[in-house]
Design a protein around this ligand. Structure first.
Ligand code: GLN
Length: 198
């Protein structure tokens, strides 16, 4: 059976996620409307700018349906800004910044600071045999996780060593980095496997 994965297509790096999902055998569709969301087996919240994305979601009347879908158990992968959107709690949020929520973590926005706006690292991710070349761009990290959240990856080098940058909680997955960049589709593969086993 085909697995249909939507990519929230209001803002951010939508095309790259669609391509990565297709390359791991999923049917990938952009999502801008409630009816499109309802037709999906799973959803990706892409990287971009979290305050813009959440405002657009509200404007497109998608915020409440997204919250409802997560509550109902829809598998969701949030990357970078998408991780912020999925988090229950955000540190250094913009004033009044809302999230979709559902992931029982505290995320710190723009956590790596100005000196290290962007960096790359070969990151060990639980469930993947070889490290992933992880690209971080004004990335958040996970400051705190509740007991039901599994940590999948921590930064191994540099000033942010030990910081949590990938997590899973049931059908929800989130990464601080951009797995859709660089042609390595194993994180998307992991997510689609998760969707198929859910
Ligand atoms: N800093 C951005 C935000 O707060 C996230 C950056 C990204 O997605 N590359 O939304």
């Amino acid at each position: 059976m085909t697995t249909t994965v939507g990519v929230l297509a209001l803002q951010g790096d939508v095309r790259e996620h669609l391509a990565a999902l297709r390359s791991v055998g999923a049917a990938a569709v952009p999502v801008r409307r409630v009816a499109e969301l309802a037709a999906c087996d799973a959803l990706v919240l892409p990287g971009g700018e979290s305050t813009t994305m959440v405002k657009l979601a509200a404007t497109f009347e998608l915020l409440a349906p997204l919250r409802e879908a997560v509550r109902a158990g829809l598998p969701v992968l949030g990357t970078c800004a998408g991780m912020i959107l999925l988090a229950d709690r955000v540190e250094d949020a913009a004033t009044g910044q809302e999230t979709v929520g559902g992931l029982h973590v505290t995320v710190r926005r723009n956590a790596f600071g100005r000196q290290v706006d962007s960096f790359e690292e070969d990151l060990r991710v639980t469930g993947l045999a070889d490290p992933v070349r992880a690209v971080f761009i004004r990335a958040p990290w996970v400051e705190q996780v509740d007991d039901d959240v599994e940590v999948l990856a921590r930064v191994a080098t540099g000033p942010a060593v030990g910081r949590i940058v990938a997590v899973r909680q049931g059908p929800l997955m989130a990464t601080s980095f951009h797995p859709e960049v660089g042609g390595d589709d194993r994180v998307h593969g992991m997510f689609v496997d998760l969707v198929r086993s859910a």
